[in-house]
Design a protein around this ligand. Structure first.
Ligand code: DGY
Length: 315
C-alpha cells in the first residue's frame, strides 16, 4: 500500500522527522536547492504537512500548489501562522499541540516575570562587568504584594495564576467572558485590567482578533510602576507603542519572549537595558518540545488511519 506523502517545509526535531519517515513518504523541502521546481514536481501528491513557525505563513499560496492536501499538523499550540479559514474553505483540517506545553510555558512566564521584576539579567551583566566591587547592585522592585493581571485565562493562564498565588500576589484577569468557576477578579476590558494591576501578563492567542489588544491606552493604564510580560504572540502588543511607553517612562519595564516580526527585534528594545528579552522559548525544553512533536506525528497518523485528527482547531 502506498504511504501518504507528507511535506515538511522547514526542519523539525530529528525525532519528528524519524517518526514521520517510519510511517509516511516524507518530503524535506528545505533540502531541495530549487524548492519551487520540487513542489511543481511532487505537489499534487502531498496529502499532509508538518509545519512549525519557521515555515512562515501557511496559506493559499501553499494550498494552491498542494491540491490533494488534507491536513496541516502545526507544531505549537498557537496556530496564527496558519490561515485556518482558507484551509477550512478547502476542507483541509488543521491541528495544533494543546495541553502538552501549559506547565512549561507557565514556568517560563514566572521565570521571565521574576527576571524582569528583580532585574536578574542586569545583575548578571553587572557582575560580569566587574562592577560588584565598585558598588552594590541597585535595589530592585519586588513581586510580593503586587497585583498581577492575566490577559487570557486559558489553560496556560490558569497554570500561571496557580504559581502566582505561591508568590503572594493578587491575581485578576480579563478574557472573552467571566469564568464562573474562577475566584480571581474579572475586569471587562484590557484597559480596566491594566488600571487595576501593577503587572500585566499577556496569554491570549495571536491572530487578527487580538492584534494590538495591548496598545498605548492599556500601557498608560498600567502606569509608571507597571511591568508588561508577553509570552503569547508579539502581534498582541503594539510594539511601537510599547517602545514609546518604555522610553517615556509610561511603564517601568517589560519582559518579552515574543515580538511582532520574529526573529527581528527592534534596536530600541535590544538596546534598552531595562527590558528582558528572550528568543521565543516559552515551550522550549527538551521534554516539552518532544511531546509537541509527538502530537504532530500522532495527529497525522490518526488522520490517515481513522479520518479523524486528535486535536483539530476551529477557526
Ligand atoms: C506555541 O506552542 O504556540 C509556542 O509559542 C511555540 O510556537
Amino acid at each position: 500500500m502506498t504511504r501518504p506523502a507528507i511535506l515538511m517545509p522547514r526542519p523539525m526535531l530529528p525525532g519528528v522527522i524519524a517518526a514521520l519517515e517510519d510511517r509516511f513518504e516524507l518530503h524535506r523541502l528545505w533540502e531541495r536547492p530549487d524548492e519551487d521546481a520540487y513542489l511543481a514536481e511532487i505537489g499534487r501528491r502531498i496529502r499532509g504537512m508538518a509545519v512549525s513557525t519557521l515555515a512562515g505563513r501557511i496559506d493559499e499560496s501553499w494550498f494552491d500548489r498542494l491540491p490533494a492536501l488534507e491536513v496541516v499538523a502545526n507544531f505549537g499550540v498557537g496556530y496564527d501562522n496558519v490561515d485556518v479559514k482558507a484551509a477550512a474553505a478547502r476542507g483541509i483540517v488543521v491541528t495544533n499541540t494543546p495541553g502538552v506545553l501549559d506547565e512549561e510555558v507557565a514556568d517560563l512566564t514566572l521565570g521571565l516575570l521574576l527576571a524582569t521584576v528583580r532585574r536578574i539579567p542586569q545583575a548578571d551583566r553587572y557582575l560580569r562587568a566587574g562592577r560588584w566591587t565598585d558598588a552594590p547592585f541597585p535595589l530592585s522592585p519586588t513581586l510580593r504584594g503586587r497585583r498581577v493581571g492575566i490577559l487570557g485565562l486559558g489553560a496556560i493562564g490558569k497554570a500561571v495564576a496557580r504559581r502566582l498565588e505561591a508568590f503572594g500576589t493578587t491575581v485578576a484577569y480579563h478574557g472573552r467572558s467571566r469564568q464562573e468557576d474562577v475566584a480571581y477578579d474579572y475586569h471587562g476590558s484590557p484597559v480596566a485590567l491594566a488600571a487595576a494591576c501593577d503587572v500585566l501578563i499577556i496569554l491570549v492567542p495571536g491572530g487578527s482578533k487580538t492584534r494590538h489588544l495591548v496598545d498605548g491606552d492599556v500601557l498608560r493604564a498600567l502606569g509608571p510602576n507597571g511591568i508588561l510580560i508577553n509570552v503569547a504572540r508579539g502581534s498582541v502588543v503594539d510594539q511601537q507603542a510599547l517602545i514609546a511607553a518604555l522610553r517615556d517612562g509610561t511603564i517601568l519595564s517589560a519582559g518579552l519572549d515574543v515580538f511582532e516580526n520574529e526573529p527581528h527585534v527592534p534596536p530600541e528594545l535590544s538596546a534598552n537595558p531595562d527590558v528582558v528579552l528572550l528568543p521565543h522559548i516559552g515551550s522550549a525544553s527538551q521534554a516539552t518540545r518532544a511531546a509537541m512533536g509527538g502530537l504532530v506525528v500522532d495527529n497525522l497518523v490518526a488522520w490517515f488511519e481513522t479520518g479523524r485528527a486528535i486535536t483539530p482547531v476551529a477557526e
